[in-house]
Ligand binder design. Structure first.
Ligand code: DGL
Length: 259
């Protein structure tokens, strides 16, 4: 049985899921959170489905051993490749996955041109293809695989020449055309929002799904009587498979960044 005072665990292939955690900490300030970044095995987005599933299972075991009452898979790639087998393996556990915010983007810009920036494996997966298929009549959706982009966040490089050159090259086919929205379909990318917005220009809305994920987490905890009733401020504890103090410091700094 799970108890309200237990922590909610978030995990990701690295530091990206901190963008989701940041929204959750602000919305649920009395919860205790654990964040596990698997930076030693990052990136997930260019690995095979089998590898991503194996790594996700191993992280899941770790956060459950730390006493998690619910788990947010704060990684689009791991959700796409592993959420269903993990839900089968842990049928009594609340497991919340994330997916690129195609639905809110298509609803906000009907008939519009929408880019979906995400990892190559996320975009190749059956879950993503099904999602895009559901909205392909509602908007023109263009997947943009961004292998190599999450590494900028892992290095703490959130702006600068190299990042700009990378983004200009990836987004080249769309520059100079009308783009209504860009969906940040990898949890690392909200930390690069400013750089992405600068390349795409002010006419393009930049959309992530973090508010929706937080709302879903609150609802699921409420339904199960698992919201922490404490009036004290909750705690956030970071773990990382790299076991390096620098990565833990970088994790804390990312949590403090304004949205
Ligand atoms: N943060 C991850 C996601 O949301 C992926 C980064 C990676 O490991 O390639 O897809």
């Amino acid at each position: 049985m799970f108890h309200a005072a237990q922590p909610v665990a978030f995990f990701d292939s690295g530091l990206g899921g901190i963008s989701v955690l940041r929204a959750a900490v602000r919305a649920l300030p009395h919860e205790n959170f654990i964040y596990y970044g698997d930076s030693a095995n990052a990136p997930y987005g260019t690995k095979t489905q089998e590898e991503i599933l194996r790594l996700s299972r191993s992280v899941m075991e770790k956060v459950l051993a730390m006493g998690a009452k619910a788990v947010v898979i704060a990684c689009n790639t791991a959700t796409g490749m592993a959420v269903e087998p993990l839900r089968r393996q842990y049928p009594d556990l609340t497991i919340i996955g994330v997916e690129p915010a195609v639905k809110p983007a298509a609803e906000a810009y009907p008939g519009g041109r929408i880019l979906v920036l995400a990892t190559p494996m996320c975009l190749q997966g059956a879950r993503y293809r099904e999602l895009q298929g559901r909205f392909s009549d509602a908007a023109q959706i263009h997947p943009v695989p961004c292998g190599g982009l999450m590494e900028f966040v892992e290095r703490g490089e959130l702006q600068g020449e190299h990042l700009r050159a990378y983004l200009e090259e990836k987004l080249q086919p769309f520059l100079g055309q009308r783009v209504d929205a860009a969906v940040l379909g990898c949890t690392h990318y909200p930390f690069l929002r400013g750089a992405i917005a600068e390349v795409l220009g002010p006419q393009t809305a930049i959309i992530d799904g973090n508010a929706g994920i937080t709302a879903q987490l609150r609802r699921r905890l409420e339904e199960q009587g698992l919201l922490n009733p404490s009036r004290e401020a909750g705690t956030v504890t970071f773990y990382n498979s790299l076991e390096d103090d620098a990565i833990l410091l970088r994790s804390k700094a990312l949590l403090e960044l304004p949205e």
